[in-house]
Design a protein around this ligand. Structure first.
Ligand code: ASP
Length: 311
């Protein structure tokens, strides 16, 4: 009997997982985005019944992620998701903005198949590289029956796009999902599912994305001791269309910064109130004059507002 082979498409975008250092002991002084995605896959053991197809969408350090790369990536994902022969997609990505890309892709694609992002904290040349295991885990998630939505496979855990955050600048276990916790763990290639896969999006597919140069301008402003409204006034003067407040605590804001945000809102700028706290969400209060971004971190509230202003 012929066993049906399942195809997983692996889209490379760069990052430390594709990084190269001068020495195998150097985990810091490397150049990100040097090794091609096909070469990353070549180092992995074959998976029974799984055929891999590699495609290099970009080759960048994700600190430099931009709207053009996001649009290109979303379009390539949509292309492969529409192919009946493709079971799932894996995206290799730098860790710095990985949570933003995951949230963006879930918001735009809301895929019924798995789109699994992964990366590494150590370069491919490291004597103790974490990339190969993360990539193998991501492939296992993409091949898992019933998996769907955009998730991040990292250090043995699977995080949902809405909750995942990079929480450590150096450790290999660099991602967490705050109060929600991970969706699953990957153990020896098997999934231990804890809760539901991500569902739902914010935009009606990639066709609704504006051309990269026509994306609205949305900036993040931070509340802190001694904050004032000067930055907000300068941004409004400069034509900003949306502002996300990274507020303190439950989205609280210095009265001087609040006055500038309310004036910006009155002049037509969309304002959302998030929190700079690592965990928890901003709870809306009666009489709120600045709309709470609820469960979203400032960077994800910015993605949501970018897409909202595009609709
Ligand atoms: N700067 C790198 C990037 O985000 C860091 C990493 O991948 O870990 O591309």
């Amino acid at each position: 009997m012929q066993v049906e082979r399942r195809r997983i498409v692996v889209l490379g975008t760069g990052g430390t997982i594709a990084g190269r250092a001068a020495s195998a002991r150097d985990n810091i002084g490397y150049r990100a985005a040097e090794v091609g995605v096909a070469d990353l896959l070549a180092g992995l053991p074959a998976m029974d019944g799984i055929e891999l197809q590699a495609e290099q969408v970009a080759q960048i350090d994700s600190k430099d992620m931009d709207f053009g790369t996001w649009c290109a990536l979303a379009r390539r994902c949509a292309h492969w998701l529409a192919d009946d022969g493709v079971a799932g997609i894996v995206v290799t990505h730098g860790t710095d903005t990985l949570e933003e890309t995951a949230f963006f892709l879930q918001s735009v694609l809301a895929p019924a198949k798995p789109v699994v992002l992964t990366g590494a904290m150590r370069p491919a040349t490291s004597a103790a590289a974490d990339g190969p295991q993360n990539l193998a885990d991501a492939l296992a998630v993409a091949a898992a029956p019933g998996a769907c939505g955009v998730v991040v496979a990292f250090a043995g855990a699977v995080h949902g796009a809405a909750d995942v955050q990079k929480v450590h600048s150096y450790r290999t276990d660099a991602f967490a999902s705050g109060d929600a916790g991970p969706i699953a763990y990957v153990e020896e290639g098997a999934l231990r599912l804890l809760r539901a896969w991500p569902q739902g999006g914010l935009l009606r597919g990639v066709a609704a994305l504006a051309a990269p140069e026509a994306w609205p301008r949305v900036e993040i402003v931070l509340n802190h001791a001694g904050a004032d409204g000067a930055i907000v006034r300068a941004l409004v003067q400069d034509g900003v269309q949306g502002l996300v407040l990274a507020g303190t605590g439950n989205g609280t804001v210095h009265h001087a910064l609040e006055a500038a945000l309310l004036a910006a809102q009155a002049s037509g700028v969309a304002v959302r109130r998030a929190s700079r706290c690592a965990q928890g969400r901003v709870l809306p209060r009666a009489g709120d004059r600045l709309r709470a971004a609820e469960g979203l971190t400032p960077v994800k509230a910015r993605v949501a507002l970018l897409l909202e202003l595009m609709r």
